[in-house]
Write a protein that binds this ligand. Structure first.
Ligand code: MG
Length: 159
């Protein structure tokens, strides 16, 4: 078994769609990034790549490449999982925290889990999503941005 950890944060801005875990959330602001800014998937990709000893998301999808401009991050996640499979690694489970004081995210957890489980080709029960606030402290508390932490476990070969 191999374990990996990932973290990502992006700045909130007006006029962008808020996409977390592949779910579009009505908020009036979204995360600015070269891609769709999905910090949940970016943190998860880094956890998966970290567990595999394969570096990080920027190595495979550099933000200098036009190819990845505004890209749906679920495409990146599926490519990462494909890379793991090519290295004889399978995803066992993942646990994700989203750090945001607003908006309220729990109504979207089920759809996020379904998306991520489908992209990783694992059971929904093997993907956990939760959210935490920081009680007004720091950039997440002030509503300047949203962060996410992820941890993932991989197993060698077929489970
Ligand atoms: Mg990112």
């Amino acid at each position: 078994m191999r374990i990996g950890h990932g973290y990502d944060a992006h700045r909130l801005a007006e006029g962008r769609a808020l996409v977390l875990g592949g779910v579009s959330i009505p908020y009036g602001k979204g995360l600015t990034a070269h891609s769709d800014g999905d910090v949940v998937i970016h943190a998860l990709c880094d956890a998966l790549l970290g567990a595999a000893g394969l570096g990080d998301i920027g190595r495979y999808f550099p933000d200098s490449e036009a190819e990845f401009k505004d890209i749906d991050s679920r495409i990146l996640l599926r490519k990462v999982v494909q890379l793991l499979n090519e290295n004889d690694l399978a995803v066992a489970n993942a646990d994700i925290i989203i750090v945001a004081d607003r908006p309220k995210l729990s109504p979207y957890f089920a759809r996020m889990r379904e998306n991520l489980a489908a992209d990783m080709a694992i059971d929904v029960e093997s993907v956990n999503i939760k959210a935490s606030t920081t009680e007004g402290m720091g950039f997440t508390g002030r509503g300047e941005g949203i962060a996410s932490h992820a941890i993932a476990l991989l197993s060698s070969g077929s489970l």
